[in-house]
Design a protein around this ligand. Structure first.
Ligand SMILES: Nc1ncnc2c1ncn2[C@@H]1O[C@H](COP(=O)(O)OP(=O)(O)O)[C@@H](O)[C@H]1O
Ligand SMILES: [Mg+2]
Length: 342
């Protein structure tokens, strides 16, 4: 049974506006961190809020741990929501409550007595590394500490599922890294399933197992993070990938490249590849078997989920039909090959 199963979710806020959700289906497996990436307005928040029915879809079904939630009446829904914790971009803490009181707040709402609340807070504080700050008010906490309070509060009812809506978008890059590491660690220690939404591919790369790309209320691409990084199918996805790996060729470098000899052509391409050896083989085979001159303009190797992954810019020189043949051959190997310039 998946942790979350959404099927055919649609939501339109007004008849005149385009739909915020337009038939979204997805499954989050138990124990995985599933990321949804998209630009502002893509429908990510609407989608994640449908999981705990903070937002009601116009149509479609919401299943969490095998239970249909969209058909539940309020009291049963409140009960079901205890299995789903949620973390927000702007923390949503009570300014007049201490860290400990903020963490205990959902338990207080649920009518749980003081002694049990305090015992639970004593368990949660070390889990998020905040023992020393239990009596601090939000104004006395850093952004990262506030989000740690937000995470502990989301975990107060011992949920099986954690929803994160841009949980690191208000934080600096270093703090973002710490919070993502914490989410990854909590997932393992507490065996949580995590649905996380973001507009940053670096977040996906750091913590997600699988990712879906959203645009205009739809999922346009989905897969294992490594696959999506190395073989993006959509231009939007390529642009997100480029955010992390950077653009391959500085403009000055492009201007300094030699012109092709008479009767020959030049193609400048960006190649995304998996594995450090596949590149060398591709360059040497393309030059040998297709009789081309291949020039590595830039290259960078990174790692995703422990697997090497890289981007390389190649300038290839030779007869036009050989160039076309070589590029088609490289694509046939499953590499993502994009022309940058002629
Ligand atoms: N409560 C609302 N009322 C009216 N329109 C909304 C509401 N919430 C979201 N929208 C609209 O739905 C679309 C998707 O919004 P949202 O889900 O917040 O996107 P994202 O989180 O990807 O930025 C946007 O066009 C937004 O303006
Ligand atoms: Mg949003």
């Amino acid at each position: 049974m998946p942790a979350i199963r959404l099927a055919g979710l649609s939501r339109r806020f007004s008849p005149a506006a385009p739909p915020a959700l337009d038939g979204v289906s997805l499954e989050v497996a138990q124990g995985e961190v599933f990321g949804i990436i998209g630009r502002s307005g893509a429908g990510k928040s609407t989608l994640i809020r449908c999981v705990n029915l903070l937002e009601r879809p116009d149509s479609g079904t919401v299943e969490v741990l095998g239970e249909r939630l969209d058909t539940l009446a309020e009291p049963a829904l409140r009960q079901a929501r205890r299995r789903i914790g949620m973390v927000f971009q702007h923390f949503n803490l009570h300014a007049r409550r201490t860290a400990a009181e903020n963490i205990a707040f959902p338990l207080e709402i649920a009518g749980i007595g003081r002694a049990e609340r305090e015992a639970r807070v004593r368990e949660l504080l070390p889990l998020v590394g905040l023992e020393a700050r239990r009596d601090a008010f939000p104004a006395q906490l850093s952004g990262g500490q506030k989000q740690r309070v937000g995470i502990a509060r989301a975990l107060a009812s011992d949920p099986r599922i954690l929803l994160c809506d841009e949980a690191t978008s208000a934080l600096d890059p270093e703090t973002t890294g710490e919070i993502l590491a914490l989410i990854g660690e909590l997932r393992r220690r507490l065996d949580l399933s995590v649905l996380l939404i973001t507009h940053e591919m670096a977040v996906v790369k750091a913590v997600c197992d699988r990712v879906a790309v959203m645009e205009a209320g739809r999922i346009i691409e989905e897969g294992r993070v490594f696959e999506v990084f190395t073989r993006p199918q959509q231009d939007t996805t390529r642009r997100f990938v480029a955010e992390v790996i950077g653009h391959a060729v500085p403009p000055g470098t492009l201007a300094r490249l030699p012109q092709p000899r008479p009767g020959e052509a030049r193609r400048l391409v960006q190649v995304l590849f998996a594995g450090p050896h596949s590149t060398r083989a591709v360059v040497s085979e393309a030059s040998r078997d297709w009789g081309l001159d291949m020039n590595i303009v830039s290259g960078r190797v990174d790692e995703i989920a422990g697997e090497p992954f890289g981007v390389m810019a190649l300038a290839a020189y030779g007869p036009p039909e050989k160039l076309d043949g070589a590029l088609a051959w490289m694509r046939g190997l499953g590499l993502d090959v994009q022309e940058i310039a002629p």
